[in-house]
Ligand binder design. Structure first.
Ligand SMILES: Nc1ncnc2c1ncn2[C@@H]1O[C@H](COP(=O)(O)OP(=O)(O)O)[C@@H](O)[C@H]1O
Ligand SMILES: Cc1ncsc1CCOP(=O)(O)O
Ligand SMILES: [Mg+2]
Length: 293
């Protein structure tokens, strides 16, 4: 892999993206796991979307057909859940509803790898989001996913994310200390977030529905992924800086983080912090990747 970095080669405006979401107020259906479902619903609302968690085989196709975005999160996928996610994903494809898939825990067990493979091969996925280990496992690269956590080193994660984008035709968001947003052509490093985000269960799931909510309001999936990933990491920083209240550990940090998301969407972040929105050219770096064919 050859790597050369360059500036942000796109006109990306974070306030414009945030306003697109709040003005669209998109209905977003999440078929997701019961571990973090409430946080996934709440953060959808905090961004300005309308959450619904329809996951019954008899209804989910109808609900997705009237939604503007759809998330499939396989965190606790059951046998029925597998078929329901495919029903929801097919309805998204038939109704041109942007589809985000979070292949939680792919690579940890043969079952998760099989289900994830079905989702990415049988559905038209606009954005795939997972941690470094999950995206590496999906791309067939060396990966260690312990349960749902990514462990190990991933020095080539940008090239792996591009390879995954090439294989799936999706925009790929590989989350970690530095988030990678990749297409079949290139990758962007998004320098945002805070280590406290890694201490809260659900921050990957909430990133997934953030991407679905932004993709529901912004036509270009790459722009939606870059803006959503950046806004999400920014909320993590504002919370860590105490802008939305003092925290004393992961539990109180989680509350401050949710308040920071709402504050970015409703404008109160600007009242609480001198300059809440950074110049994206300083935070997003384009990485040219020469991936071996
Ligand atoms: N050490 C870190 N520094 C900055 N941001 C982080 C860190 N760890 C996690 N994050 C952020 O937390 C969110 C969830 O990422 P991650 O923990 O990789 O997902 P998952 O919970 O699915 O494993 C992402 O937005 C990511 O950028
Ligand atoms: C712990 C756990 N187990 C099955 S789903 C889930 C939540 C995963 O959340 P995240 O991917 O955001 O860490
Ligand atoms: Mg996750």
């Amino acid at each position: 892999m050859t790597r050369s970095s360059g500036g942000l080669d796109r006109d990306l405006d974070l306030q414009r993206a945030l306003s697109a979401v709040t003005s669209a107020e998109p209905l977003v259906n999440s078929v997701t796991n019961e571990v973090t479902v409430n946080d996934v619903a709440n953060i959808t609302l905090h961004w300005g979307g309308l959450p619904v968690m329809s996951d019954d085989e008899r209804e989910v196709g109808d609900m997705v057909s009237i939604a503007s975005g759809c998330l499939l999160n396989m965190g606790t996928v059951s046998e029925t859940g597998e078929e329901t996610m495919l029903t929801a994903g097919r309805a998204a494809g038939e109704n041109d509803v942007p589809l985000v898939v979070d292949p939680v825990g792919v690579g940890a067990t043969p079952t998760r790898s099989r289900v994830a493979d079905r989702l990415v091969t049988e559905l038209d996925v606009d954005v795939l989001n997972g941690n470094y280990g999950e995206i590496s496992a999906l791309a067939g690269a060396d990966a260690e996913v312990r349960g749902v956590e990514s462990v190990g080193e991933y020095a080539e994660i940008a090239a792996t994310a591009v390879a995954c984008a090439r294989e799936t035709g999706s925009v790929v968001v590989a989350s970690g200390e530095t988030d990678i947003v990749a297409t079949e052509e290139l990758a962007y490093e998004v320098h945002a977030g805070h280590e406290m985000m890694g201490t809260v269960v659900g921050t990957g799931c909430m990133l997934g529905v953030t991407l679905a909510t932004f993709a529901a309001a912004i036509d270009d999936p790459l722009e939606a992924a870059l803006a959503g990933t950046m806004a999400y990491g920014l909320a993590g920083e504002l919370a860590a800086d105490g802008v939305f209240g003092e925290y004393h550990g992961p539990a109180s940090y989680r509350v401050a983080f949710l308040d920071a998301v709402a504050g970015l969407a409703n404008g109160t972040a600007a009242e609480r912090s001198d300059d809440p929105l950074p110049d994206l050219a300083d935070r997003i770096e384009r990485i040219e990747i020469e991936v071996q064919p």
